[in-house]
Write a protein that binds this ligand. Structure first.
Ligand code: SF4
Length: 601
């Protein structure tokens, strides 16, 4: 095979059995890799009703055919499992250099089964696979773990690991790789913790072969030029990172504020990408083979929040900033650093703190509940401390570690959790931008922006401009973006390459790389297949159309101030149209005809 290595590594952590197996070429062609292929294996091998934290759940690290090649921004992989936060199929995507290293070691995917009796880590060097004792690492944070493992394995080995949050089975725990990159969403870190697996260390000496080298080189050159010439992919993201969006979303009245009570924050600029670039930014940073470099290497010298690391992304700055009514960027960065060090998803952490602040503000929880923490809106010090306690599983942090839905439910107010399918929504207000609300509500892993980023046309005008306030055409738009993203995620390339290239360019890259003939249409159809398979899994796990919704606040309470004042989400009007576009019945179940057309029947 070309692009794919053609081999899967399977490890039963319960018995210690290590085996390899061939990847079936037709599965690779139809599900591509990473998110798609991982989901196919989950669907075929795991009961969707499985308890996510039981040994029967599997944890799949899956690269894509482009991962590790010199295609632009092709350093990504997915962690696929049943997510404990959402109960849905989860594919949590991460960059860095870990994914390429797995392929160089000779594997497209690593499938982990069972549960180790005691803490272990995996040391994979090409053919040599060891399950090693990790007792000395348990309790260590991500930097400590990474440094210790590089010292005892190889200095240039790539490491994916959990921090204390994953060990404590926090529902919002991430898996961190290359120290600062996160497979963050849906609580995949807790699944790793439940398997007593502290880390996967990889070192490979192999390579990825290409079907048609000249054609691939030409396709890479063309794609790279298109990205470099794009104002967002080529310039904007490198200069200001994703955090440039703070001011943009605020200007259109779509910056959720105070736990989504409003859509505008007067001092938002203080936590925006331009302010970061002028103060804490050390340099832009890129993942493997990235020509965009949206990553931010940052440093805080303010003694109160002193630290160094990477971030924040826009969603992180928003979550610890405007959503908590905080405009202290140093505090936001410190919270981000804690998340990276303890292994927590920043979006869910920010959303959970904001929810706790509203509970506190309304008097639902008191100082007694928070164990003395004045967790009210605007209290930056309390926000940072709440993140630290969550990471370590201490004090009120034990409850925050459950995520906002379970936290708010504990106190009788689930409606104050700004979640979809129990996962915290990111930084775009569905009342101000209609399509993103439909995307959140129908997303296969709950509140998520990156699997149907309609913000691109609705706010940024890329690749074309559509009216953010209308619901006309949004069902088609959202379904198309969801399908395209499912295909793109499955290649091992970064979503941000779409600020420059689209399905036709991906088809050229995939065809020349793998030797299978893809067109723009068949590429997007592969994404539609993945989307429908994820939907089937979720339906089998007990989710229904009733879960395709938004928090009541967004459907009933209008935005109070700013450019979108008075807006509410019109989801109930869009949802039936969306089901129709998808070829699903009125209950959101894919029809036989649709499944047959996608070879899923
Ligand atoms: S664009 Fe950003 S997230 Fe994507 S691969 Fe490059 S640095 Fe990583």
């Amino acid at each position: 095979m070309h692009g794919w290595i053609g081999r899967i590594l399977r490890i039963d952590l319960g018995t210690g059995k290590v085996s390899t197996e061939a990847l079936k070429p037709e599965l690779a062609r139809d599900y591509i890799g990473a998110r798609g292929l991982g989901t196919k294996y989950m669907y075929d091998e795991v009961d969707p009703m499985v308890d996510p934290l039981s040994p029967a759940n599997k944890l799949i690290f899956a690269s894509g055919p482009m991962t590790g090649t010199f295609a632009p921004s092709a350093g990504r992989y997915d962690v696929v499992t049943k997510g404990p936060l959402t109960g849905t199929i989860a594919a949590s995507n991460s960059g860095g250099a870990w994914g390429p290293e797995l392929k160089y070691a000779g594997y497209d995917m690593l499938i982990l089964e069972g549960r180790a009796e005691k803490p272990v880590y995996l040391w994979i060097q090409d053919e040599k696979v060891e399950i090693r004792d990790a007792a000395h690492l348990w309790g260590k944070d991500v930097p400590e773990t990474t440094e210790a493992l590089n010292a005892e394995t190889a200095a240039d080995a790539k490491i994916a690991c959990i921090g204390p949050a994953g060990e404590n089975l926090s529902f919002i725990a991430a898996i961190m790789n290359d120290m600062q990159r996160a497979a963050g969403r849906t609580g995949v870190g807790a699944v790793m913790g439940s398997k007593n697996l502290k880390a996967v260390v990889v070192r490979g000496t192999g390579a990825v072969t290409v079907a048609d080298k000249d054609a691939f080189l030409a396709a890479v050159a063309k794609a790279s030029t298109m990205i470099k010439e794009h104002p967002v992919g080529g310039t904007g993201l490198r200069l200001y990172g994703t955090n440039v969006l703070v001011n943009i979303l605020n200007s259109v009245g779509g910056l959720p504020t105070a736990n989504f009570q409003d859509g505008h924050y007067p001092t938002a600029d203080k936590v925006g990408g331009e302010t970061l670039a002028a103060n804490q930014l050390q340099r832009p940073k890129g993942c493997f083979s990235c020509i965009i470099s949206c990553g931010r290497a940052t440093k805080v010298t303010n003694p109160k929040y002193k630290g160094e690391g990477e971030g924040p992304e826009y969603e992180t700055a928003w979550g610890f900033g405007p959503d908590c009514l905080i405009d202290d960027l140093d505090a936001v960065l410190k919270a981000n650093y804690y998340c990276n060090e303890y292994g927590i998803d920043t979006i869910s952490m920010g959303g959970t703190v904001a929810c706790a602040m509203e509970l506190f503000h309304r008097g639902v929880i008191t100082l007694e509940d928070t164990e003395g923490l004045e967790l009210d809106f605007g209290n930056a010090e309390a926000m940072v401390e709440a993140v630290r306690l969550t990471g370590l599983g201490q004090g009120f942090g034990r409850k925050l570690a459950l995520g906002s839905y379970r936290l708010a439910s504990l106190y009788g107010h689930p409606e104050l959790s700004m979640t979809v399918k129990k996962q915290e929504m990111p930084a775009y207000d569905p009342r101000a931008v209609q399509g993103i609300g439909l995307n959140y509500a129908t997303n296969n892993r709950g509140g998520c922006h990156v699997r149907g980023y309609s913000i691109s046309p609705e706010v940024l005008g890329v690749p074309f401009k559509v009216d953010k306030d209308t619901i006309d055409g949004k069902a088609e738009l959202v379904a198309l973006f969801q399908n395209l993203t499912a295909a793109l995620d499955s290649t091992g390339s970064c979503l941000f390459t779409t600020f420059g290239i689209g399905a036709p360019e991906f088809a050229e890259l995939m065809t020349s790389l793998t030797g299978f003939a893809y067109t723009g249409e068949s590429f997007v159809e592969a994404g539609e297949r993945v989307w429908n398979l994820e939907r089937l899994w979720n339906l089998k796990s007990g989710l229904t159309a009733a879960d395709d919704t938004l928090p009541p606040r967004l459907l009933k309470e209008p935005i109070v101030t700013g450019a979108s004042k008075g807006a509410v989400s019109r989801l109930p009007e869009m949802l039936p149209l969306y089901y129709g576009v998808r070829g699903w019945d009125a209950d959101g179940v894919p029809t036989k005809e649709k499944l047959s057309a996608l070879a899923l029947a």
